[in-house]
Ligand binder design. Sequence first.
Ligand code: C2E
Ligand code: MG
Ligand code: MG
Length: 759
Amino acid sequence: MSPSIPERTTPEPDVDPRPTVHDLVVNLTRPPLAQRRFWTVQAMVVGLFIIHLATVYSPIHHVIPVADSTLDLLLFIPIVYGGAAFGLVGSLGASLTGIALTIPMQLLMDHPASEVWQEWAVLTTTVVVAIQVGHHYEVERRQRELLRRAERTKLESELRALRIDAEAQRALARRDALFHDAFANNTSGMYLLDRYGHIVDVNRAFCQMIGRSEDELLGRSPNGFRLDDDVAAAEEHRRRLISGSVSTVHYTTRFLHRDGRVIFGEVSAACLTDEHGEPETFVVSVRDATDERALLAELEHQALYDPLTGLANRTLFEDRLSRARALIARDGGAVAVFLLDLDDFKGVNDTFGHHVGDELLVQFARRMERVTRASDTLCRFGGDEFLYLAQGITGSYEEVATRLLSAVHEPFSVANTTLEQRVSVGVVIVDDDTMENEELLRNVDTALYEAKRRGKGIVVRFTSDMYDQASSRYELLRDLRTALGTDQLRMRYQPLIDLVTDEVVGFEALMRWQHPTRGPVAPDTFIPLAEQTDLIVDLGEFALREATATAASWVVGHGRAPYVSVNLSSNQFRDPNLLALVDEALAASGLDPQRLVLEITERAALADTAQVAAVLAHFEDRGVRLALDDFGTGYSSLSHITRLHPHIIKIDRSFIVAADDDVASRALLDAMISLGRRLQLTVLAEGIETETQLAYLRGLGCQIGQGYLFAPALSRDEVATWLAACASPRWASRETTLATARDEPGHRYAPGAQFSQTR
Ligand code: C2E
Ligand code: MG
Ligand code: MG
């Protein structure tokens, strides 16, 4: 159906300066023409009759002494023209004419005219009558002409009006067609509502938009396809249109697609009125903004949520934290901010790959959701760190903390792997609004650091003295930068003893820092600090150059010269300059590459096995060997070990200590040593402190031992003196030398814990 067009403008007809048809017609028809003619003829007949009588009976011949002909003429003129005048005013009525003519008629009858006068009278009467008749017909002719012109003009103007109307109709039809075309093929959904709000026409786009056919929609209210919550608002907009307070309305509404999807429509609607100004049709256009909305929502979500776990991100968390603080400032109360960190998460990532690490994070996030309140905020702060903002804390945070820790009680099952995971937690209680977010987050981070330092898997609440510790860590890092290149940093060398021959086969190079005011700082303290920055690369370079140079100077009387074992941090192992650095250090020192062992922790070695294997292949080519440090503490994977082909595995001290009284640890130790031997690796046991441990390890077939039982880390001079003095560097034969050796004060080696001198 075609919609009606709102304002229909009729073109103005041309203005005609001539008398209008109406004027002409009115003038000619009043008084009636037929009546006028009748009276005119009647008057003329009477006039002729009078003249005839006058000429015959005129009494004037007797009273006026003039020639008859002159008299006749004098009489004739007024009588004839009087008759004509009577004829002209005949329209006044027959009675008036009758009365007016009676008197001269009587006079004429009394005085008959002469014959000459009669002839003149007849002649002039004939002329007058002829003129009258001629005049009459001329008038009639003109009247007819006028009428004809009038008719023609009327006809023309009617024709013109008709033509104009037809053109307007055609223009309307064209506009209708255009409108309908635009309506039907519009990419926006469109529908027309009647004054009662029922759909009277709908286009294809709208049908597709909400997945309904035209038949389903026609005659129904669009509210039937709208979400209930949006009906009232849509009706309100329609009311505004009806009231005429606005000409168009724009609003967003939600339709329900047949398949259940919610369609976001951006609606523009206008109201068309009829000739009385009453609302007649509503033209409604709907743009499908669903995808756009989804995209916006997605962007918004991305801006505020962590894509991996779906938890809030840092931005959202900080916003919630600010609000919580504002509430505390207003209403009092307290909130607790927990910072959770998955212990040794990096090991999982490094060992099993990032997809396993990611899945573990997701599973952890889901478990966290189960043990926390939905109204509180859980956030992935970054990496393996999560924040939890617990509101309405009444003082005791322990209960919440216990719940948080319980999330990791059960092992995780990720990609067919069972992972035991622990989590360390730092807490800050906020009960006033004196701290900004930044300071709060720094404090909770400090508390977490403390939890990690104290042994992992525990919860530590922030206290102000921790702040001092944290700042002291930053100071330490600053001092470490300046220490590099001064004699504050030195290398020490701890002997590695062949457990079969008792000979010293090598030394592990260990770094020592003598701080000018703090005294000795343990590597367990400063190495992790340095690993947080690029400083570790510089420290590593220093250790490598120093150790290779020192080892090159070691000479022994006979037998093989001992090797030097240098620790590499995982950051160094990823450093593309590592190979060049090793080559350079070897070249500069002149050390036989066979006498260099590089130690990397098991986790670092397994981080990126492909890359590590490539680096190792280069070392292999040069004859440099690799030792896997702290073996057993990472997520060991036999396949990785077989691919990496390390030369030495260094079993972590914790296994040696535990083996003293724990059967299970002994079994583990046993397994590790036999594994190493089967893989034809050299097995080294770290941290041997007692004879019992030594005997036990020997019994298991462990080849190399390291520990305070033999010697602590020695200075370069001590090693040199000792090596120079011994023909065969058997540790037991050098007991005096080693017994006097002391690790630096403050180092964990206790001066009294010397090796046994029984051998
Ligand atoms: P590590 O590589 O496992 O070194 C062995 C650690 O065990 C050394 O601690 C050593 O002094 C200690 N140790 C040896 N025997 C015994 C023993 O019988 N009992 C006990 N309780 N401890 C023993 P240190 O020197 O404090 O080094 C700690 C860690 O710092 C090292 O562990 C190593 O990971 C790291 N480190 C030390 N120097 C360097 C270095 O130059 N570069 C790198 N990247 N890391 C280093
Ligand atoms: Mg080591
Ligand atoms: Mg170690």
